[in-house]
Ligand binder design. Structure first.
Ligand SMILES: [Zn+2]
Length: 228
């Protein structure tokens, strides 16, 4: 029986923990998300777990299969190409919007992010490198000031992490080293054409690194590791 004194963890927080774990490649694509095991691990009701999984289903990160429950999405090659196609359309526009009204504090935020990426690389913290790589693109979207673009990128970036987990050559980072630095330098100097060209090249570079023979992983998730 469930305790009436459950900790007040919101469904949004649980969804965020799962998204972070996906972005850090700590949960493999295709993994089963057992509601009862998650309820025990997060010390919340199954109802709350169900709410968080439904939220993630809406963003495409999780899929609900009839009579089988929830699974981390496992995007196909075609879906992976569709995600990159959309990012190639969106991210040059994000740069254009950002450059219209960029402030000194935005440039400072970008540099703080680059420093965090650099530190993660220096300490070979692979999980953090992968997550920060994705968050760089989400940061640009957040700063461009269009909430709908921001929302789309908040969905597309974790999906890209899943795609990379599925199809990338093992042990290569999500974003090639230094490419974010050159994009920020172009943004800082107000060179829109150069910043867009570098971003397009960067996205193509990531897509080209995909291994189209990647296979799925159907392991159970170790929730103790995810939460701890
Ligand atoms: Zn990147």
């Amino acid at each position: 029986m469930e305790s009436v004194k459950l900790p007040k963890i919101q469904a949004e927080k649980i969804a965020e923990s799962i998204t972070n774990a996906i972005m850090e490649h700590r949960i493999a694509p295709g993994s089963k998300l057992s509601e009862s095991r998650m309820a025990t691990a997060f010390e919340v009701s199954r109802t709350k777990i169900n709410q968080s999984l439904l939220m993630l289903s809406e963003s495409g990160l999780v899929q609900q299969l009839p009579n089988r429950g929830f699974f981390v999405s496992s995007p196909s090659i075609d879906e992976a190409k569709q995600v990159f196609f959309l990012r190639q359309l969106l991210e040059p526009e994000i740069i254009k919007e950002l450059l219209k009204n960029i402030k000194l504090k935005d440039i400072k935020r970008l540099h703080r992010h680059l420093n965090a990426e650099k530190e993660a690389r220096a300490s070979s913290n692979r999980r953090l490198i992968i997550r920060l790589s994705g968050e760089f693109h989400m940061l640009l979207a957040e700063m461009c000031g269009n909430r709908y673009i921001n929302k789309m990128m908040a969905e597309l970036c974790p999906l890209t992490c899943l795609i990379i987990a599925l199809y990338d050559v093992p042990n290569t980072p999500a974003c090639p080293e230094d490419e974010h630095t050159t994009i920020v330098a172009a943004i800082e100097s107000g060179d829109e054409e150069q910043a867009i060209s570098l971003m397009k090249h960067h996205l193509t570079h990531i897509e080209m690194a995909l291994n189209l023979d990647g296979s799925n992983n159907n392991n159970e998730v170790d929730w103790d590791k995810i939460i701890g």
